[in-house]
Design a protein around this ligand. Sequence first.
Ligand code: HEC
Ligand code: HEC
Ligand code: HEC
Length: 133
Amino acid sequence: MFRKILLTAAAAALAVALVGVALAYEVPDKVKLERPKNNQKLNSWVTAVDFPHGFHAIRVPCNGCHHKETDKTLGKFVGCRQCHSSDDPADANGFYRAWHSDGPPSCLGCHTRMRTEGGKNPVGCTTACHKPS
Ligand code: HEC
Ligand code: HEC
Ligand code: HEC
């Protein structure tokens, strides 16, 4: 009996903690990924990308993409583009590589890898991401 009460108290404490976290930031459902100002396109057909963020946030761990998120910055979830802003495709922390380098957390890197494991992740430049506007 005592044990049951303790467990209930623990569950109540956890619920409060989760509410606290949920209030600390908003997890966007949709994000439009537009290039930073003054950042040059690499090709004329490159359009902004509609990213289904909420869809991913329930399938992939947050820090699988938010790779600079640590215990110290927990809950900040700084947007990728605040760091990945340079238009040099050779810059590891530039705009292009955030989405196209090999392997996660880049979009193309993760999708390509998951496809080799039988996933249905879309990879076409203009069919999956840069849809003609
Ligand atoms: C598949 C990759 C991916 C996953 C998984 C993911 N995110 Fe994100 N998140 C992004 C991208 C990309 C952006 C847009 C960044 C930008 O605007 O530069 C973003 C933006 C955000 C933002 C807004 C940041 C801002 O200042 O504009 C928050 C908050 C956030 N994510 C929280 C979360 C949380 C919490 C989780 C887990 C529950 C999560 N994300 C999972 C990729 C991801
Ligand atoms: C606080 C700054 C910061 C934030 C926020 C950030 N990054 Fe990074 N990212 C970097 C830096 C710096 C590097 C270079 C390698 C390193 O230090 O990890 C990097 C490297 C990468 C790489 C490897 C690139 C390569 O070719 O080696 C990818 C992919 C990447 N980031 C994607 C993302 C995505 C996607 C987000 C958002 C969900 C994001 N980053 C958020 C700073 C950041
Ligand atoms: C760490 C892995 C990972 C990263 C990084 C990632 N995705 Fe995904 N993505 C997934 C998974 C898993 C699915 C679901 C695949 C399936 O349905 O089999 C998916 C599916 C999608 C879909 C299809 C959604 C639907 O309704 O079927 C789109 C569009 C997409 N991702 C865009 C992006 C974009 C844009 C980025 C980068 C900003 C990105 N993804 C980064 C794992 C990832």
